[in-house]
Write a protein that binds this ligand. Structure first.
Ligand code: NAI
Length: 698
């Protein structure tokens, strides 16, 4: 840690400035904590130093603990964060935290242990531990309520969301909020000097918590957490810990906080969330591509097709400040696309998410066009026209004719063969798949599909662009359905078999929703449109006649004409303007008649069996996907499922979940399912990789 003594002009006080300097985010790993403790002890011992300023090097104060240490003994190795904070708080000299950029997690806890805080108005302050299924374990749940009051502290700790220094101004948390970063250090030094002169060392731990109607506030927070996030024990414990700040002496409350921290860090939910945290970061790296692969500049883009997906994709690009040319087949379709984008922005503005100026600035970046010639100079084009090979190949040929050399040609196809599409152009190396999810401007997942010919720099550029768009990108190879849809197909097939054997759509949905999935398979199909699945099954049956599907989902469309939410009837009934799924007697009756006609015995199927069969269908296909190299690694599959398919993040994704259950147990259950006389025995043939892993674990 760099240490420097500052002497302000005309002042007798001497201030030691200590910098937290561990790039890129000044995380507080063991080496950094040791260096900080040594610097602080040296400043305490130095006669000429009257007070200390703690500031972050580079762009921020500190993003907090080094999360890689969490599962290692280093995190508790002395000085641990609590010891470092105690050294500051109880030390003989005042310490002022000078905060810019962000103070997150352990970084904020460190600042709370200082005797005063100065921050730039736009600095972000947060205790986001709850997002990893944890709580702040170095006094954050005790000092924040004392400095920011109960209401704010509860909100920040339970939500994990940041607040700006400007929002926190006026609370004892911040002694001073300043406008410009270049005066941060002088302001902090001036305050430290003043405190040094007067010997002031106010300690957060010595304050009492200010709270009105504390009992009511705690009860309301508990009720909200129980209702909205019943599967997140960390949120409950955050409230318990904050409550301890009202009930217990400081030291006893700290002990309780630490006990909760240990309890949570061993919880399956936290393990799952931490797994996903690292999995998301790992997903960005591509094993066979050198790190120094050059990135092509993306300053402008085009989108072809302004329907549901094209409009959403255009909006993603505009949100990232990238100018977009939007091309359609007709003036009417183009106008509809532009109107839909405008409407989305108006909605965001009405909800206060953006202001008029920003909305106007984004729309100004949009240029509607009807002629391919207008696209020639853009850096990337994303095609989102109808899912028909002939239509798409014509579009790609038109693009090939006009695009400048080096432009990237991306397709949003859900399942067409990107290699074949690339071959219709004279630049297959520049062609790539960018599979967005609906609504494209909201959903985080982006499957980036590399074709056989896709060049390394094209892949790397699109991964970089995904990050700029705020997406979580997962790399897939070309195959039918890529990662996510290929897996969901097996899950939906299995859901159909469950109906044949005795379950109802409502029972299946309820069982997996209780497990934590955002939506069960039948509600999901109703939302996507049952005709889409129908068309896919027809195509599959033509291509692979041996592939066996339940006929029940076909009859839903063929005989009952229940295409889903868009027509107000699908697996469920829907009332006008409502998405509430009402179980349908007509559908239940159709299923009963189907079983009778085919001599199928209905039996009571437990919720546990339903969940296992649906989740293990995902897992087995996930292993097949790894076997054939469609996905790079199991954790990428987890990321895809958690960010694109509503798999509960507190379960870590299907592959992680299967590991937690124990792959040998998963395999044993699959064998039981295969013996079911009504099952398609081919369905449960284990993937080679799954067998190999179980074998290796024996
Ligand atoms: P859509 O039917 O809403 O929009 C397609 C648009 O393309 C229409 O506005 C149409 O006028 C336009 N178009 C058709 N031919 C054209 C041509 N030759 N030149 C210019 N524009 C043309 O379809 P949607 O849902 O937006 O799907 C587009 C693509 O995205 C498809 O490949 C689909 O498989 C894929 N996709 C769809 C998802 C969804 O949830 N809807 C999710 C992920 C991918």
């Amino acid at each position: 840690m760099q240490e420097q003594a500052l002497k302000l002009e005309g002042s007798r006080a001497s201030i030691a400035v200590i910098r937290i300097d561990s790039p890129p985010v000044n995380s507080l790993g063991h080496a950094t904590r040791t260096a900080l403790a040594e610097s602080i002890q040296a400043a305490h011992a130095a006669k000429e130093v009257d007070a200390i300023v703690l500031i972050g090097a580079g762009k921020l104060f500190s993003a907090g603990a080094d999360i890689r240490e969490f599962d290692r003994p280093e995190v508790w190795k002395s000085p641990d964060l609590s010891e470092l904070i105690a050294l500051i708080e109880r030390g003989p000299k005042p310490v002022v935290a000078a905060i810019h950029g962000m103070a997150m997690g352990g970084g904020l806890e460190l600042a709370l242990g200082c005797h005063a805080r100065v921050a730039t108005h736009n600095a972000l302050l947060a205790l986001p531990e709850v997002k990893l299924g944890l709580l702040p374990g170095a006094g954050g749940t005790q000092r924040l309520p004392r400095l920011a009051g109960l209401t704010r502290a509860l909100d920040m700790i339970v939500s994990g969301e940041p607040q700006t220094a400007a929002e926190l101004q006026g609370t004892p948390l911040l002694d001073q909020v300043i406008e410009h970063e270049h005066v941060l250090l002088p302001a902090a030094v001036a305050l430290a000097e003043q405190m040094g002169e007067h010997g002031e060392r106010p300690m957060a731990s010595a304050r009492t918590v200010t709270a009105e109607n504390a009992d009511l506030q705690l009860a309301a927070a508990r009720e909200q957490v129980a209702r909205r996030t019943p599967r997140e024990p960390a949120k409950r414990r955050c409230i318990d810990a904050v409550e301890a700040s009202l009930l217990l002496p400081f030291e006893a409350a700290l002990e309780r906080e630490l006990a909760y921290f240990h309890e949570l860090s061993a919880s399956p939910e936290s393990r799952a969330l931490r797994h996903l945290f690292f999995a998301e970061r790992t997903a960005a790296s591509i094993s066979d591509i050198p790190k120094d692969t050059p990135v092509r500049p993306i300053h402008s883009a085009a989108v072809v097709g302004a329907g549901t997906m094209g409009a959403g994709i255009a909006q993603c690009l505009l949100d990232a400040g990238i100018p977009v040319k939007l091309l359609e087949a007709s003036r009417a379709a183009l106008d509809r696309g532009v109107a839909s984008i405008t409407r989305q922005y108006q909605r965001a503005r009405d909800k206060g998410r953006i202001d008029d100026a920003r909305m106007a600035a984004r729309l100004k970046l949009l240029t509607p066009v009807l002629d391919y010639a207008a696209l020639g100079d853009v850096d990337i084009v994303i095609e989102a026209v109808f899912e028909q090979f002939d239509v798409k190949s014509k579009v790609f040929q038109s693009l090939d004719a006009v695009m400048k050399p080096g432009a990237i040609l991306a397709t949003n196809t859900s399942m067409l063969d990107i290699n074949r599409l690339a071959a219709t152009t004279g630049r297959a190396g520049d062609v790539i798949g960018t599979h967005f999810f609906s609504p494209a401007h909201v959903m985080r997942l982006l499957e980036v599909v590399r074709g056989e010919q896709t060049r390394a720099d094209v892949l790397v550029t699109v991964m970089r662009l995904a990050k700029k768009l705020g997406k979580t990108a997962v790399v897939a190879r070309v195959c039918d359905g890529f990662i996510g849809n290929r897996m969901i197909e097996q899950y939906l097939r299995q859901a159909g078999f469950l109906l044949e054997e005795g379950a109802t759509p409502a029972q299946v949905d309820r069982a997996v929703e209780q497990f934590g999935l955002a939506m069960g398979p039948f509600r999901m199909s109703d939302m996507a449109g049952n005709d889409i699945g129908y068309d896919i099954r027809k195509r599959r049956s033509r291509e692979t006649p041996s592939l066996f599907y339940s006929r029940i989902p076909d009859l839903l469309v063929e005989t009952l004409d229940r295409k889903g939410q868009k027509v107000g009837r699908g697996w469920y009934d829907y009332q006008e303007g409502s998405y509430q799924a009402i179980p349908s007697a007509e559908v239940d009756d159709m299923i009963v008649q189907f079983r009778k006609a085919h001599n199928l015995q209905a039996r009571q199927i437990s919720d546990e069996e339903i969940v296992k069969r649906l989740v293990y269908a995902l897992v087995n296909e996930g292993y097949r996907i790894l076997d054939d190299g469609t996905a790079q690694r199991a954790s990428d599959i987890d990321v895809a499922y958690a960010t694109g398919y509503g798999f509960p993040d507190t379960r870590g994704g299907p592959m992680f979940y299967a590991d937690e259950v124990g792959l040998d147990k998963v395999l044993a259950d699959m064998a039981v399912f295969a013996r079911n006389p009504q099952a398609d025995p081919a369905f449960w043939v284990p993937a080679a990789g799954l067998l190999a892993r179980v074998e290796a674990q024996r």
